[in-house]
Every structure is written in C-alpha cells, then in structure tokens.
Write a protein that binds this ligand. Structure first.
Ligand SMILES: [Zn+2]
Ligand SMILES: [Zn+2]
Length: 337
C-alpha cells in the first residue's frame, strides 16, 4: 500500500490495531485460533507482559479487532468477510479481500497475462465444463486442468472469452491485443503444474486427497460477485444455475449434497445439515418433499462416490496419461502456427 497517503482511521485506532491488520494482510485469511495467537503476541509486546496467552483472547476481543480493521480498510475498497470451510471442519475463516474483485484484478499484479488467461479457463472448466445439471463437480483433476493449458482452437481467433458482458469496450487497443495474444498462447504443461502448485500454496486453490482442485473459502469470498455475474444467468432466472447456494446458510455450495430429485435445485452443505434437519425432524427436501438420503453430491464426490471410480483408479490413471498425451500433441500442433 502507498505510504504517501494515509486513509482516515477509525476513532481509537492504535498500534495494536495496526499490527493486527498487518499480520492479517500478510496471511490473507485468519481463523479465530490464529487470531488468538496474533493478538496474544501483540498484547504481550504492547503491555510488556509475556504472560498474555492465546486462550485469554475472547471471541469478543477478536471481533473488536476485526471490526476496527474493517473500518480502517473500507475507504480503500477492501473488506473483511467470513465464511465456514465447507469441506473440513466447518471452521469459520475470515478473509482480507478486495471488494471489487475479479481474477484479473486479484492476480494481475503477481501473474503474467498468460497465467491470468489460464486461470480464467480453469474457472470455466470448474464452473461450466465440469458443472452440469447431472454432474455438479465444480472441481477438476490434474488431467482436466492440463486440458485447458491452451485455449480451445475455435476460440483462439475470437479473443478467447466466451462470456461477454464483462469485457471493457473502451480499454486500450494495445492492452487488448496483448491480452488476446497472451490468451491464445497458453501455457506449457510444466508451467500449468507449477502455477497450480503456487495457487495451492498461496491459498487460492485447494487440492484434495483424490487429486481434485477446487476454490478455497478465501477464493469463494473474494470472487463471490464475479462468479455469480459470470456464470449465472441474470436475465430469466432459470431453475438451474451454475453457482448454487446452500438452503440453510445461503452461501455458495461447491462441496455438499443435492436433492435426490434430479430436477430439484435444493443444495445443502454437509456442515449445515445437522442443524438444518434438527429443526425439521423429517429428512425431506423442503422444496419437493423427496426423501433426502445425503448420498447425492455436489463437488468431487459427484465423481468419487460413483461405484466405477474406485474400481477404475488404475484405468483412470491410464486414461489421464492418454489425455495428457493428446493435449501434448495439440500443443505441438499449435506450435507450428
Ligand atoms: Zn450452508
Ligand atoms: Zn428437492
């Protein structure tokens, strides 16, 4: 951030608030337990008292620091949001985010145009190609991530963006031409693999035990508006949308359960279901009344729960190798252009 200009600071903003915000920004995300450790260290230093323990920091202390930090960063178009981790413990996570974020503004400063274009194709794969009314995977395995290392051939001459709407029309010609050229160039497989690894390390993507890449809670918070604007149909509100929300908490579901009725749009996080059913008594879909068995999935389990998945592990590995060989051939072919 620019040192020359200081934003207006909230009343009572002090060195402890400043230190907390710096620690938060450096990490990008915080859980309450991590916040306890940071605040205990800050208080120990400030009060010259080595005995401030993380356990002595209460949720109210933490919330106070979060509230003050939010006030301090709001004039800069940043925000702090929180959500629960859908996949693991359901632990609440706070994220320091850019309030008007899309993949280009989020990653444009640290990534090359080729990498940003690849990340857009990866998101298209997650939220379009592998997210259909019958199979809402919203995650990709390594073979699928490599398949989009370069733009599809039919797209390489038409600016590479299949969505429309979000492109600026009066941007600089040079910039657009450079972006289009970068988009059509694509990445080598080795570059894709190292980019995926660094996106995982930086907390933008998570990689599951079964090898699926999906968005982390932080990415979902950061890209919430962009994902909805890009992948959902705003005009005639069709029944089924690419980005779906939990019936209980109304947050995005990329890992959870779906109604047994294939045409019903009710979705539920695993972490939300206990409290959801407790107040209902009957495990029936609140919309279509179909019995809810919890065995129809959103996320990678749409693939991994299928009986063929475990049986087909070896076969799939071979298929994936074949897919990579195929893509490699494509890449060689395109190099001749
Ligand atoms: Zn939920
Ligand atoms: Zn239903």
């Amino acid at each position: 951030m620019d040192d020359a200009w200081e934003p207006p600071v909230p009343a009572g903003y002090n060195d402890a608030n400043r230190a907390f915000l710096q620690a938060f920004m450096a990490r990008g995300t915080l859980t309450f337990r991590e916040g306890q450790k940071i605040l205990a260290a800050i208080k120990s230093a400030a009060e010259d008292d080595p005995d401030v323990t993380p356990q002595s920091i209460t949720p109210a202390d933490f919330e106070n620091f979060i509230r003050t930090a939010r006030e301090a960063i709001e004039p800069l178009d940043f925000d702090i949001r929180n959500t629960r981790d859908q996949v693991c413990s359901g632990e609440r996570v706070w994220a320091f985010i850019n309030a008007h974020s899309d993949p280009a503004t989020q990653l444009g400063t640290t990534r090359t145009p080729e990498e940003v274009a690849y990340i857009k194709r990866l998101l298209d794969a997650m939220f379009e190609t592998y997210n259909t009314p019958r199979m809402e995977v919203m995650a990709v395995d390594e073979g699928q991530a490599l398949r989009v290392s370069r733009p599809a051939r039919r797209e390489s001459n038409v600016n590479g963006n299949g969505h429309g709407g979000s492109d600026d029309e009066d941007g600089e010609e040079d910039g657009e031409a450079a972006t289009a050229a970068a988009a059509s160039r694509g990445l080598k497989h080795s570059e894709v693999l190292s980019l995926l690894a660094s996106l995982v390390a930086e907390g933008w993507l998570s990689k599951s035990r079964d090898g699926f890449y999906s968005l982390t809670p932080r990415s979902l918070m950061e890209l919430w508006s962009w994902l909805v604007a890009t992948y959902n149909d705003q005009d005639d509100e069709p029944e089924w949308q690419h980005i779906k929300f939990c019936e209980a908490c109304k947050e995005i579901v990329t890992y959870g359960q779906r109604c047994n009725e294939p045409d019903c749009t009710v979705r539920l996080h695993d972490i939300c279901e206990d409290s959801f059913w407790r107040v209902r008594g009957e495990r029936k879909c609140p919309k279509c009344s179909t019995a809810w068995d919890g065995n129809h999935f959103v996320g990678e389990r749409a693939v991994t729960s299928r009986s063929g998945f475990q049986r087909g592990r070896g076969k799939r590995r071979r298929r994936s190798a074949e897919a990579e060989a195929e893509v490699a051939e494509d890449v060689e072919g395109e190099d001749e252009e």
